[in-house]
Design a protein around this ligand. Structure first.
Ligand code: DGL
Length: 284
């Protein structure tokens, strides 16, 4: 089984693409709705909450856990992969994040390449990153991009109110105002020059992608994170087939778990996935 973790609802934008792309793989989604949002929490809190969630998914039988949340990946992935997992006692398990595939797509460089090579070494593009306050403060995206493309300019912009507005089903003009303000603030940093690519570095932003499209210059290419993550997972599973398990004869229904109240969660979850399957309460 493969687990996908998110702080709450947002990871459903990634999960629904994975469930559709790999219908014969058993997937479990865990949303930490009791503690959402993570975007304005401290780093220590995010690491501890993410570690607890990964443990819960391992206990449920997942061999591989994908952190389908930008905030959790930016703040906790490296600590959990490098410092915690090797001494955790969870032998043979692995944790992936969603920053790696996104940076690979943005830089056209495999994640394993951490020293600049031709032609990325001479790439002078500008890449925009939008995300939560904590994602932007972590500097994970600029650091990982510059390891591969040192001459690329990375311009970041936090959108602290956008997650709440999307989850609260805010009217379109309010969402448009928030996205417009974020795009304007980002373009002010480039002196109006259009970035070559924009990373919508938060699980919620695919829902307002048309608004980002409208407020960013036509020249700027938007990276669709759910598709990028699905492509990358497909490649990873080819190289690590043990995580796929026995493919079912028929398509499998995904399991959705929440640390919150399943009935309440279901209402907001439909904003992200109109025919989302029912959530179950996390038993442990
Ligand atoms: N899922 C989070 C992300 O991608 C956004 C929601 C939160 O702040 O918890 O950054």
């Amino acid at each position: 089984m493969i687990g996908v973790f998110d702080s709450g609802h947002g990871g459903l934008t990634v999960f629904r693409v994975l469930a559709r792309r790999f219908p014969h793989i058993a997937f479990v989604y865990l949303g930490d709705h009791r503690n959402v949002p993570y975007g304005n929490r401290s780093s220590d809190e995010i690491v501890a909450l993410t570690r607890d969630a990964v443990c819960a998914l391992f206990r449920s039988g997942c061999g591989l856990v994908l952190l389908g949340c930008n905030t959790a990946t930016c703040v906790a992935a490296r600590t959990l992969q490098k410092d915690w997992l090797p001494v955790s006692g969870w032998v043979g398990r692995n944790i992936l994040g969603i920053v790696a595939p996104t940076v690979e797509a943005a830089t056209q460089t495999p994640w394993a390449v951490t020293s600049p090579q031709y032609p990325q070494k001479y790439n002078t593009d500008t890449i925009a990153v939008f995300g939560t306050t904590r994602t932007i403060a972590s500097h994970a995206y600029p650091e990982e991009i510059r390891k591969r493309c040192p001459k690329v300019t990375v311009v970041q912009q936090a959108c602290p109110e956008l997650v709440g507005a999307i989850e609260g089903a805010a009217p379109q003009d309010e969402l448009d105002g928030l996205v417009g303000a974020a795009a304007a603030a980002l373009l002010a940093q480039t002196g109006g020059a259009p970035p070559h690519r924009a990373i919508l570095g938060c699980t919620h932003y695919p829902l307002v992608e048309p608004l980002f499209r409208r407020h960013l210059p036509p020249f700027t290419r938007l990276l669709s994170q759910p598709e990028v993550v699905a492509d990358s997972l497909e490649d990873y599973l080819h190289r690590h087939p043990r995580f796929v398990g026995e493919p079912g004869e028929r398509p499998r229904s995904p399991t959705l778990l929440t640390s919150g109240d399943p009935a309440r969660v279901a209402r907001t979850a439909r904003i992200f996935w109109p025919d989302v399957p029912a959530f179950e309460h996390l038993a442990h």
